[in-house]
Design a binder for this molecule. Structure first.
Ligand SMILES: [Zn+2]
Length: 252
């Protein structure tokens, strides 16, 4: 155990430096590590929020998406100042620890099948009453869900009238329309990887269409990118994608 930790520390030494900092482990690095799949669709359609990129913290393994979420929640919401009832889908490990430490009124972690969460639930049939949560975090889940409209309606239903939800998906920034699997025509994993960037994704959203679907479910959506939300210095320091947007949804 100790030997493994020493080896890990030695491995990270060559990456230490001043260029990047990680908001979770607070270490500083001269480089981040590659992360993501190297598939042509990412470049062809300008997919933001996926693909092979230098994005992973060499020490705690946070990635750019998780760091953006954390910094956004700290700077643009009162999540870490005021206890709330929070529902967190597919919880990112480091973000989960930070939230758990912050003393929420209720903190429910969930996923359809991920082990180690508080409760396994189907996002298209959330077993909770209306308005049960003040806040919802759901990042990179909806692109896996066949009936994403039903999921969006459920998220809207369980959100309190003055609550908010941060709902993130990979966005094909160069695509005009969402590409997705037909309800009666499931695709082979290789075909999904080729078209959507991952064998377990059932679609690849275009931004306008994603926002429209959220609005149809009853949400008002505010979308802003990392550069606007956090500024150029933070984007560079924290190793973020400047164009990655945060979709903040409230009940319209
Ligand atoms: Zn880190």
């Amino acid at each position: 155990m100790l030997r493994a930790r020493v080896r890990r520390a030695l491995n990270v030494l060559p990456s230490l430096g001043l260029r990047y900092r990680c908001p979770f482990c607070h270490l500083r690095f001269r480089r981040l590590e590659p992360r993501g799949r190297d598939l042509p669709v990412y470049a062809e359609l300008g997919v933001i929020g996926g693909g092979l990129r230098e994005a992973e913290c060499p020490w705690c393994r946070s990635n750019d998406r998780e760091r953006l979420l954390y910094l956004f929640l700290r700077r643009h919401t009162d999540l870490f100042r005021r206890p709330r009832r929070l529902l967190h889908f597919a919880p990112e490990a480091r973000l989960r620890r930070a939230i758990a430490r912050s003393g929420q009124a209720e903190y429910v972690t969930t996923d359809l099948s991920m082990p180690g969460v508080d409760v396994n639930m189907d996002i298209t049939a959330i077993p909770r009453p209306d308005a049960a949560f003040d806040a919802i975090i759901c990042s990179h889940v909806l692109e896996h869900v066949r009936d994403d409209r039903a999921a969006m309606r459920e998220l809207h239903r369980v959100l309190a009238p003055d609550g908010w939800a941060v709902l993130q998906v990979p966005i094909a920034s160069l695509a005009d329309r969402t590409d997705e699997e037909g309800p009666d025509a499931p695709l082979q994993p290789e075909e999904r990887a080729r078209r959507f960037g991952d064998p377990s994704h059932v679609r690849l959203y275009a931004e306008g269409d994603y926002v429209r679907r959220l609005e149809e479910a009853g949400f008002a959506v505010r979308a802003a990118d990392a550069l606007d939300l956090l500024g150029a210095k933070s984007v560079e320091q924290y190793g973020l994608h400047s164009g990655e947007k945060v979709f903040l949804c409230t009940r319209a």
